[in-house]
Design a protein around this ligand. Structure first.
Ligand code: V47
Length: 369
């Protein structure tokens, strides 16, 4: 790595020290990461992040043949950054029947899908049994399908309405076939911002405690960060720092997924993030989260082209075929609703990487050199 060549462009001494730390395999401090957000240019953090990524993942970039199912948009929490969740009386409210969910899983199964990612609103009338039953019935009908379902927010909610512990709820879900927990619901951990954008749902400590408990029970989980709304760079780094600490403790996170905020129809409004901000956030997360194996460039929020560049700036995963996504599409993303496996392979190849079809746990299923 020719730090000198890159450094000439930014000409700031401390950035050289941070770059040297990375090349020596040392951990970045919170201050280092904040400095990179404010002072480094994209080419600098991008090149360093890609260097780190290549050490971890070589020239491979991952995708999964999966489907997202959002079984309902009815939600009691009405978060101010979200335009997906509605109240029960809203004319847009919907709730899928079990048969409908199973039909969707079957479709995915028939096309070689390996994962269903289930996340939705939190309706006032769903009991714990409903969440458990959905997992149980999917697994009964499709035992090979990996079920990645219910975020920490849903698990916390189940615990709240039933008085049962996180451990108890997670053990029951695991016993009926829950394989992994998605990263949604983290938003931004900062109390200051959370009070404004998501005042009612589980707080940061509760989110982290659900993940800690899942890891203890051998359930792998993912972690997200919603950025580009009201948070500062300091708050982004604080968020990543809390995830890094928990990962040091448990090692149970599989991947970090920065989610770019889309403002359409939300109560807080605002603007879309810039591509430079998206790519810097991906790159800095790769540099800061030294104990995470994977960084996901979620094509739904980034768009295909930025996601391809992200694969050259620290990210190593595009998520999957998805087939159907309603949450970010409600907020105005212009991405396709789903992609074919062939399209993802092409996207990865033309980004200069070797496509690897993976399962939920990052085991390679097929390599497309
Ligand atoms: O938690 C909601 C986000 C998340 C908006 O674990 C928004 O592999 C942008 O977590 N603009 C759900 N984002 C999606 C999610 C996810 C996606 C892909 C893979 C995985 C994984 C997890 O969507 C929510 C929230 O942070 N979201 N509203 C919005 N306006």
């Amino acid at each position: 790595m020719q730090l000198d060549l890159l450094i000439d462009r930014v000409a700031i001494k401390v950035l050289r020290v941070i770059g040297e730390k990375i090349l020596e395999g040392k951990r970045l401090s919170v201050e280092d990461a904040i400095r990179l957000f404010y002072e480094a240019d994209l080419s600098y953090v991008g090149a360093l992040a890609e260097w780190v990524n290549r050490k971890k993942n070589g020239h491979f970039a991952y995708f999964v043949v999966n489907r997202q199912i959002n079984p309902t948009n009815i939600c009691i929490y009405q978060c101010n950054f979200c335009s997906f969740g509605v109240v029960k009386s809203d004319p847009r409210a919907y709730e899928m029947s079990l048969e409908e969910v199973l039909r969707k899983v079957e479709e995915t199964y028939k096309m070689g899908g390996r994962e269903v990612h289930i996340v939705g609103g939190i309706p006032p009338h769903w009991k714990v049994e409903h969440y458990v039953n959905l997992v149980k019935e999917i697994k009964r009908a499709f035992p090979d399908m990996v079920v990645k379902a219910w975020t920490a927010i849903e698990i916390h909610h189940m615990s709240k309405i039933s008085g049962r512990s996180y451990e108890d709820i997670l053990l029951e879900l695991k016993s009926v076939g829950l394989d992994a927990i998605p990263g949604g619901g983290a938003e931004i951990f900062s109390e200051r911002v959370r009070k404004i954008i998501a005042p009612y749902k589980a707080n940061a400590e509760e989110y982290l405690q659900v993940h800690r408990t899942a890891h203890k029970l051998g359930i792998p989980t993912n972690a997200t960060m919603l950025y580009g709304h009201l948070e500062t760079y300091e708050e982004r780094v604080e968020h990543m720092e809390r995830l890094r600490s928990l990962q040091d403790e448990t090692g149970g996170f599989q991947v970090f997924i920065p989610l770019a905020y889309w403002p359409e129809g939300t109560r807080i409004g605002g603007k879309r993030t810039s591509s430079v901000d998206d790519l810097k956030t991906i790159a800095i997360s790769r540099l800061f989260l030294d104990n995470f194996d994977h960084i996901k460039a979620y094509w739904v929020t980034l768009g295909e082209r930025v996601a391809q560049v992200a694969l050259n700036m620290g990210a190593d995963d595009l998520d999957g075929t998805i087939q159907e996504e309603k949450i970010v599409h409600s907020a105005g993303t212009t991405s396709a609703v789903g992609h074919t496996k062939e399209r993802l392979i092409k996207l990865i190849r033309s980004a200069g990487k070797i496509p690897v079809e993976r399962d939920t746990f990052y085991n390679p299923v097929a390599i497309y050199p």
